[in-house]
Design a binder for this molecule. Structure first.
Ligand code: S3P
Length: 190
């Protein structure tokens, strides 16, 4: 993917962490992968890191230990980032729910909020069976209600907000890149 917003041959580096947040199915993992590739940025996925440290799937841990225990792991994951070099981080959909997590993300860097309408999320998640919080609750009304309950937390955490409805990942990345200058430094020429 071309990168028209940085000098030719210069790879930008992250000054601080950059978090992608949003509801399940908002496209965080896909957009994070595309953005990481476009700008050669190191990438982490909070669910993958937590699952690896637990030695079990997120769904398995939810079923065994419950949501609150998972939220503790998310907070511990954010704290661990204080020690690591700046990364692009795709977050689980509930990462912004705790005010402590919102404060941690703001302390550590920038927060990109990917929005989508309930109809878009409903269509994207129709065939999904992996999200414990949507098990047995995947009507448009259920999704809209959970999104509504979370909206204020996402808005509170966000430094950048992008509507993803009807856009391909590369179009979202093109919209995002010009907004990322506060978080990037021009790197060495390659
Ligand atoms: C959750 C979203 C999931 C995962 C867990 C809880 C949530 O991540 O962290 O199932 O509370 O919204 P995705 O947003 O990547 O599906």
């Amino acid at each position: 993917m071309s990168n028209p917003n940085f000098s030719r041959g210069a790879a930008p580096t992250l000054r601080r962490h950059l978090f992608l947040i949003g509801f399940m199915g908002s496209g965080k993992s896909t957009v994070a992968a595309a953005l990481s590739e476009a700008l050669s940025l190191p990438l982490l996925d909070s669910d993958a890191c937590i699952s690896e440290s637990l030695g079990e799937s997120i769904a398995g841990f939810f079923a065994r230990a419950g949501e609150e225990a998972f939220r503790e792991r998310e907070t511990a994951f954010l704290k661990s980032l204080r020690e690591s070099a700046p990364c692009l981080i795709s977050c689980g959909g509930g990462m912004a729910l705790r005010s402590e997590n919102r404060a941690l993300m703001r302390e550590l860097g920038g927060v990109i909020y990917l929005t989508a309408t309930p109809d878009t999320i409903f269509a994207r998640l129709a065939a999904d069976t992996t999200r414990p919080l949507l098990a047995g609750k995947k009507s448009l009304t259920d999704i809209a209600a959970l999104m509504d309950a979370r909206a204020a937390s996402y808005e509170d955490a966000a430094s950048i907000r992008i509507a993803t409805d009807g856009l391909r990942p590369e179009e979202i990345v093109s919209e995002l890149i010009p907004l990322l200058h506060p978080f990037l430094s021009e790197g060495e020429s390659r």
